[in-house]
Write a protein that binds this ligand. Sequence first.
Ligand code: SAM
Length: 476
Amino acid sequence: MSDDRRERKPSRPQRGRPAPRKEGPRRPPVQDPARRVALDVLRAIRERDAYANLALPEMLRNRRISGRDAALATELTYGAARAVGLLDAVIGACLDRPLSKVDPIVLDGLRLGAYQLLRTRIPQHAAVASTVDLVREDAGTHVAGFVNAVLRTVSEKDEAAWLEQLAPDRESDVIGHLALRTAHPRWIARSFAEALGDKGPELEAALAADDARPEVHLVARPGEISADELAAITGGDVAPYSPYGVRLESGAGDPGDLEPIRERLAAVQDEGSQLCAVAATKAPLTGSDERWLDLCAGPGGKAALLGALAVSTGAHVDAVEKAPHRAKLVEKATDGLPVTVHVADGRESELEGGYDRVLVDAPCSGLGSLRRRPEARWRRQPSDVADLTKLQGELVRAAFALTRPGGILTYVVCSPHLAETEGLIGETARKLGAEVLDARELFPGVPQLGDGPYVQLWPHRHGTDAMFCAVLRKPV
Ligand SMILES: C[S@@+](CC[C@H](N)C(=O)[O-])C[C@H]1O[C@@H](n2cnc3c(N)ncnc32)[C@H](O)[C@@H]1O
């Protein structure tokens, strides 16, 4: 935006603190509860590293917002948080100063407004006026003209026209081009390309699927309720691959309100996670099959499924989790199941070895579940991956030491990044002398699993998170 279109230059409010209102009567509180929540969550993400999928439901509950307002708040919060890179590129093109010079509180508002203008059908006037009102409440009247002028400039073109202007040339920089189009950081788009071995239509489909709101997946607890019954009660569809899965349309409200979930007959769990947990219990094994170990168990999604499956086979699960508060979540998730929770570092758990089956669902970059964690793609850094692979290798080695000869070690990460997947497990298995089994055989009915021996699931192929699964056997 040029200076002549901006109102008098504001003295900047202090970062993180609303400036006192300068004029006019106090507004009645919360004229626009949905956008107010969205803006407050965007701010919480920026200021205190909040997670949208935790902060949003909490705010909606505390403010007693439901129905259409809750649906709008969810759409705006998730959408704007996911598209930050794209929104910032467009906002930056409307300014005559660097984006970093814009007050962060004002920038949150600009992102919320730009998202509505570029990626929703909200009428332009409503998008601009409502955003100006909210930012005025937070940052003072003096910023209203600036916000109004920037958003009016944003609204002069639609998303396609902005991309035409701002995206790198597809021919010379396909990664940069697709990254901006699908609101991904370049390094993540590159890691997807490397994992797929593709820079064409498949990469585009993968990034596009990652830029869309995902369905909600539920797991029907084995022995408690069937997937058919769960689908009938919730109005969802039986999932295509997991025998325990149900898929619900996104935006169908808070799944925590569903009766089967309140009654603990079912839980929210991505179908890919379900498939990996089931695979860990199904790899062929000779001899005893009673002692199972989940070495990275928090918050307990897979431990609960392992525990429920263990009931029918007579097995017992030890679940290790390093973070005490997450270990409590595992206890809650596995209450009543044959699962013992241990608060310990999986690398030195001091558990007695000889396990028949060990699952290492390792801490990872989470690049495989970006669609469910909208802000994560902008928070993660390439350097995170190097730190994580060190930990992943140490956990796999500790797990292998705890596995009995002939026993099965299943390694899972929610990431397609090659350093965390094939790179990590291939090298570690070789050094340990482990036999690599063909994991594809443990995912019956799941198409497009490639050449093996590992399994990499993808949102665009399977509708699941991009889970990776490798299955090793310790030689006798
Ligand atoms: C990907 S999550 C596991 C998800 C879990 N299996 C589920 O399905 O709900 C990885 C977990 O490992 C835990 N963790 C991190 N470092 C660990 C360590 N050294 N030993 C044990 N657990 C660890 C993290 O706190 C986190 O809860």
